[in-house]
Design a protein around this ligand. Structure first.
Ligand SMILES: Nc1ncnc2c1ncn2[C@@H]1O[C@H](COP(=O)(O)OP(=O)(O)O)[C@@H](O)[C@H]1O
Ligand SMILES: [Mg+2]
Length: 265
């Protein structure tokens, strides 16, 4: 479906070393407009590090990133945001003691001037927050609720809603469903479908392999800081993905990579 489109994201030869560990070793990643890519791998495989390179939070030792054909170099998440790349981090980075609307508008609250003084425009902020949530189908009764009083799924939705409100071309989500109840997982998967249907390219990091087959177009598997395999969801199965995640031997062989003896390099 997205095969004929040019790349939205092309990461090539990305390497990162935290002495003495080579956390990323010559990793590539591509993403098409509106595509949902599942990024999987065991703990420590390098998924979060690779995503943070794309979101500007980590500067790689080597490698290049192109977005819509343009070479970019991110020194900070602000640089990535300016290029319309957003990431929802595992810890969500929300302010618990601030209300829903305040979190959605953190750092860019609408203001109005009265008699030359600038005031927070609360009415507008809540109205715009409500519209933002409605647009994404996020169900939260009151935008005045403090985030600390929300469920895990609602908190996740707020973090995704905030990221989506920056009108990203690329949205990265790092294990968004890890701590959620079943119905909440469904809501997050619906959100992913909604943003990708609008043309946003999504990277979904998850351990819930069944979810990959519900929302992803393609799956990329990492193992110990390297790419080991890439599959369209239509041409793979949970069993194969599990094998690729845990089995270097099998994975290396099927990817045609070196090291097919299974001996760690
Ligand atoms: N700031 C850091 N300093 C040293 N080692 C790190 C740092 N961040 C990550 N690592 C190591 O890099 C490896 C990959 O981590 P990560 O990208 O978080 O993996 P994943 O998200 O796939 O679980 C792990 O071995 C981790 O301990
Ligand atoms: Mg991680």
């Amino acid at each position: 479906m997205t095969d004929s489109l040019p790349y939205r994201v092309r990461m090539t030869g990305i390497s990162k070393r935290y002495h003495p560990i080579q956390v990323l070793d010559d990793v590539s990643l591509t993403l098409k407009p509106g595509e949902v890519l599942g990024l999987v791998g065991d703990n420590g495989a390098g998924k979060s590090t690779l995503s943070k390179v794309l979101s500007g939070a980590i500067i790689p030792d080597a490698g290049s990133i192109e977005i819509d054909g343009e070479v970019v170099s991110f020194a900070s998440p602000a640089d990535a945001r300016a290029a319309r790349v957003e990431m929802v981090y595992q810890d969500l980075s929300l302010c618990d003691t601030v209300d829903v609307a305040g979190n959605l508008f953190l750092g860019r609250e609408p203001r109005r001037r009265i008699a030359g003084l600038s005031f927070l425009d609360k009415a507008r902020m809540h109205a715009e927050a409500r519209a933002m949530l409605d647009r994404l189908g996020i169900v939260i009764a009151d935008t005045r609720l403090k985030v600390e009083n929300l469920s895990g799924g609602q908190r996740q939705s707020i973090a995704i809603g905030r990221a989506a409100s920056f009108d990203p071309r690329v949205l990265i989500m790092d294990e968004p469903t890890a701590a959620l109840a079943v119905a909440e997982v469904e809501a997050v998967l619906d959100l992913i479908r909604a943003v990708s249907a609008r043309g946003v390219s999504v990277i979904l990091i998850t351990h819930r392999l069944q979810d990959l087959f519900l929302v992803c177009d393609r799956i990329q598997v990492m193992y110990e800081g390297r790419n080991v395999a890439e599959r369209h969801v239509s041409e793979t199965s949970i069993e194969e993905v599990v094998n690729l995640i845990v089995g270097r031997k099998f994975a290396a062989r099927s990817a045609g990579a070196a090291g097919s003896t299974g001996v760690p390099a």
